[in-house]
Ligand binder design. Sequence first.
Ligand code: EPU
Length: 428
Amino acid sequence: MNYINMGNIKTYIKGKNRLSGSVRISGAKNAALPELAAALLSNDEFEFSGVPRVEDIKVMFKALKNIGAEGEFNNNFINIKVPEIKSSLVPKDIVETSRASILILGPLLARSGYAKVSLPGGCSIGDRHINFHLEGLRKMGAEITEKNEHITAKTSAPLQGIAYRFPQKTVTGTENLLMAAVLAQGTTVLENCALEPEIGDLVDLLLKMGADIEGKNSDTLEITGRSTLKGTRHRVIPDRIEMGTYVIAGSFAGNEIVVENAVPGYIESLLDILEKVGVNLEVDNDRIKVSSNGNLHPIDIETSPFPGFPTDLQAQLTTLLTQAEGVSRVKENIFNNRFQHALELNKLGADIKIAGDTSIISGKTNLTGTDIIATDLRASAALVLGGLIAEGETIVANSYQLLRGYENMPQKLQELGAEVKLLGVKND
Ligand code: EPU
């Protein structure tokens, strides 16, 4: 796919079609991102399968190529090998659309003793601090400076194992220190680690590479550093946020869809909420059948780290709650500015008020299509869901956001019966 101009990408939706049929979940963007960065930890070859073809992954692959990676991204496969570090720089022009570049810092520093990573701008979902990543790496012996959106880290000696307790759970922080520790000298004990399944998948990859890690899927990881690690093959786990987004899509009145390649255990918190809201769910090993008669109840919920309800599904669930009869409250505990979808949903006719860290959604409201703007990746999915249930035509501007993290969403929705297309792209 070619983008004529990133800023001009829009999603066109003609609402009110009933969704039915099945949809297959792609590999997890937020697992593939650290796993590609982990290829820096070895000079051998890696073969990744199940890699979602989304823009954030393309950006990561390009940044790694700039460092010296060789390889191809074909369909959902990436072959990658970093025989030598040609540049320890992750420049701003490559990574300006994704803050996942921070994931390069730990492994590149561990491999080469030097890394200069650009972390462009503030993020539209609120403050995204990285102080714990830097504190941990400093304890391991790195000298780190932050200047003009660049972080420079260097060490003259190999990184040293440390004991570190994260003051707050952080997903990429856990991943970054884990990737640094597998090549450090001695043993590292990381406490209060995040528990998201993407971290377990990264641990699986690192174990296949020959790393010594105890405590997979627990909040304490004990890592004994190795001097070298080897390449391997790895299949990326399914994307739980994409899974949750389609389960929510199936929860609107009259819809009946089957979500395939699902891992219900990854989204138990969402499934519990939907059951209370009145959605019909049939959960199998790797598929979830979801349907709804539209008789939805309001609910009060809050986001929290895994296994709690994920912030990355907060916006999409909010769209559903506009269709519940009564007042729902959604408290956002992870990011401090993640309600920008609310204003846009209100343009469609929703009644959402923001009070500090909580959105108050009064339903049920009939939505009507209009022009709205996607402010971030997950907001864009929430707005597309809004367009699907709105009367008439909705245009979601800034839909590059959607392409950052959802593989083929317009096509997948079309296959379920929706009338959705991307504007501003041409197929090659
Ligand atoms: N935090 C700090 N200091 C740190 C690190 C985090 O104060 O050093 C704070 C953050 O400011 C935030 C909270 O801790 O308030 C949690 O942030 P976390 O570090 O866990 O977020 P992240 O690692 O930057 C990942 C995902 C996000 C997802 C969050 C929360 C990736 C590449 N990104 O971000 O995914 O929202 O975890 O689950 O894994 C998305 O895919 O749309 C997305 C934004």
